[in-house]
Design a protein around this ligand. Sequence first.
Ligand SMILES: C[S@@+](CC[C@H](N)C(=O)[O-])C[C@H]1O[C@@H](n2cnc3c(N)ncnc32)[C@H](O)[C@@H]1O
Length: 235
Amino acid sequence: MALNALPDQAEKRAAVQTMFDRIAPRYDRLNRLISAGLDQSWRRTALDAIGVGTGDRVIDLACGTGDLAEQSALRGASVLGVDFAFEMLRGAQRRGIRANLLQADGAALPFLDASASVLTCGFALRNFVALDEIFAESARVLEPGGRIALIEVDRPRNRLFAAGHSFYFDRVVPVIGGLLSDRTAYAYLPQSTVYLPVEAELLGMLEAAGFEQVEKRGFLFGAAQLITGVRSKIR
Ligand SMILES: C[S@@+](CC[C@H](N)C(=O)[O-])C[C@H]1O[C@@H](n2cnc3c(N)ncnc32)[C@H](O)[C@@H]1O
């Protein structure tokens, strides 16, 4: 994948997988630095919003090195982290994340229908090839009444914040990423927000997949977003 170039849909899956395998060793440190530690509080808010706790069977989709999976486990839930990048999973294992880990593609989850009560996904929507397939699989593996929480970066709407955010996200982040990890990857990450559908379309896709009570809220003046919903009881 060339710098300042997004892979086309055909090559995106392999490009994303290779990229995350490459940046896995420094992924957590960079996350904390780039978000000034806010990413962890956004994860906590997401789990509060859908009430994750003891007795829940959680699938953390695209779990990476396990930040969200670990927070669910600390709340007493039984957690299975799924990711297609082996090195990210290895990072989670090295950290001793209290979750089972499985290498699989989010578009074809190797789980029975209605086998989970919660599905979480942190900062991965823009990396998927086909969101409708991901949402359909998420709905399939969730029991009726099961909850979903999706965290993703966003672009602030306020012009002032948007300008500051764009400077930081599009210019500063690739430099920090280049110095401490991999410039190509940290140039891709801000650019990849173009893969995200606009709000109405994104929420509509979740409803079409079988979710209700679908809601979006923003973090940090719209720099990140949390989408929650409930698996419809009618299949
Ligand atoms: C930005 S990281 C987020 C990791 C973690 N959820 C977090 O909150 O830090 C995105 C993750 O999505 C994973 N991913 C992207 N596409 C995937 C797919 N189709 N199936 C499974 N994992 C995928 C990548 O391997 C990567 O670990």
